[in-house]
Design a binder for this molecule. Structure first.
Ligand code: FAD
Length: 465
């Protein structure tokens, strides 16, 4: 009998397993494919490796500005793939080593819950049963394939295939302008592909701070990415000239040709594991409380399968909270301070309330300060001055309630913002913290100083003045 059986070896499952083992629990982790799950194998890590290749290519093309002349720049797709694959395998091997080091049993195979303590695992060697006092379901999600005529064509692909194409296509149509679609668009546009994003909503990155997502859309369009917003795909048809994508934009029917069509309209939870035990689910996934428990007290669910916020750091944090609750600590998950990042150039990162949300909640009782990267010395030395840092504070104490960054290293800078919100920092406290010079983080300090009219390198940072 195990203390905890964890089903799924992605960032949710393996984090929970290691954390539980460190706390002295007897743990088994079941994985049907590869340790590391979506994140390490076909998600966060491989996309960032490709983004880096695309960014290196674009930096070299602009190297003359910095006094570096480079000729004969070429893309070697095979090497890009090799680099990506070697990063993935070094990380997944690392996870394997950590699981071993923490004496966690790893069983490969398809798991299914038979009852509230019994799990069956089927693999090439047959079927076996494992017993556990507690179960954590961390089975993740899969790409949604829309029910549109032609979506089963071989050249209509998901993000998984898009990461490992045999060759770079000439024309790529991306259905869905969320984070994955936007990052994929950035990668392939950077590698010289004609990219079009078709988005049903009025804008891409619909749930992010509006000013930031509009800035991002403009930047991507400047790079040559076409964005068809307010557009609904009607059909895909294979012809001699690739795939014809037919879509309706407002009242007009339009067509575009593509060599590959990437479907990125969202991901649905992997629920098969719990079919026999009637766990409560909704359209997003397994229903859990903020303590990550399902309606069955010894069964927990974490990560994408809960459909809360489909991000690796959410899955991992949920894993730790679930284990703490198994240990009897009574911890709750907070979803209001989760950073969201987009790793394009410019990068974008957000935490807390967006301006639109803050406007609804606080009305006139808030201040917004914006500090542009163009006023920051380090940004100038990097040749990357596009973007800004927006801090939203409530008016009574100037406590920070939202931070939205678009520009260089936004995804690194958001860490400080997360800490500030978690610790309920006021803008004065951030402004009075000495930040090293010259750094991009000074821009964060100055945005905070802007809230209390103490910013040095900008005349009027307050947006609502
Ligand atoms: P997963 O990582 O999906 O792992 C679930 C595991 O469970 C899988 O390995 C699966 O094989 C296994 N499994 C499923 N069913 C069974 C079963 N019955 N028996 C045994 N094993 C089973 N998130 C970020 O935070 N940052 C990013 O930059 C980012 N980029 C992304 C880019 C792409 C292209 C994609 C697709 C996703 C990205 N994500 C990113 C999202 C992130 O990958 C997921 O949120 C994260 O992997 C979820 O972790 P998880 O542990 O819940 O599930």
């Amino acid at each position: 009998m195990y203390d905890i059986v964890i089903i799924g070896g992605g960032p949710g499952g393996y984090t929970a397993a290691i954390f539980a083992a460190k706390k002295g629990k007897k743990v088994v982790l079941i994985e049907r494919e590869k340790l590391g799950g979506t994140c390490l194998n076909v998600g966060c890590i491989p996309t960032k490796a490709l983004i880096h290749s695309a960014s290196v290519y674009s930096e070299i093309q602009n190297a003359e500005e910095f006094g570096i002349k480079v000729t004969d720049v070429k893309i070697d797709w095979e090497q890009i793939q090799e680099n990506k694959n070697s990063i993935v395998s070094s990380l997944t091997n690392g996870i394997k080593g950590l699981l071993k080091h923490n004496k966690i049993d790893v069983v490969f195979g398809e798991a299914e819950l038979m009852d509230v303590n019994t799990i069956s695992v089927i693999n090439g060697e047959g079927k076996k049963q494992l017993m556990a006092e507690n179960i954590i379901i961390a089975t993740g999600s899969k790409a949604i394939i829309p029910n549109i005529p032609g979506s089963d064509l071989t050249d209509t692909i998901t993000s998984t295939e898009a990461l490992s194409l045999e060759k770079i296509p000439d024309r790529l149509v991306i259905v869905g302008g969320g984070v994955i679609g936007t990052e994929m668009g950035y990668i392939y546009n950077g590698l010289g592909v004609e990219v079009t994003i078709i988005e049903m909503l009025p804008k891409i990155l619909g749930n992010m701070d509006e000013e930031c997502s509009e800035f991002m859309a403009n930047e991507l369009q400047k790079k040559g990415i076409r964005i068809a917003a307010n557009s609904k795909v009607i059909s895909f048809e294979k012809g001699r000239n690739g795939i014809t994508v037919k879509y309706q934009q407002e009242n007009e029917i339009k067509e575009i040709q593509a060599d590959k069509v990437l479907m990125s309209i969202g991901r649905s939870p992997n629920l098969e594991v719990a079919e026999k035990i009637n766990l409560k689910v909704d359209h997003k996934g397994i229903i859990v409380n903020n303590d990550l428990r399902t309606q069955i007290p010894n069964i927990y669910a974490i990560g994408d399968v809960t459909g809360k916020i489909q991000l690796a750091h959410v899955a991992a944090h949920q894993g730790i909270i679930a284990v703490k609750n198994i240990l009897g600590e009574n911890k709750k998950m907070r979803y209001d301070i989760v950073p969201s990042c987009i790793y394009t150039n410019p990068e974008m990162a957000s935490i807390g309330l967006t301006e639109e949300e803050a406007n609804k909640k606080y009305k006139q009782l808030m201040n917004i300060s914006i500090f542009p990267y163009s006023h920051n010395g380090k940004s100038l030395t990097l040749g990357n001055t596009k973007g800004f840092i927006k801090i939203i504070s409530e008016k009574k104490h100037n406590q920070v309630i939202g931070v939205h960054i678009i520009g260089p290293y936004a995804t690194e800078m958001i860490g400080e913002a997360g800490l500030a919100i978690q610790l309920e920092c006021t803008s004065e406290e951030i402004a009075s913290t000495i930040h090293a010079h010259p750094t991009l983080s000074e821009a964060f300090m100055e945005a905070a100083a802007g809230i209390v009219d103490e910013a040095i390198h900008i005349v009027n940072p307050l947006k609502n003045n």
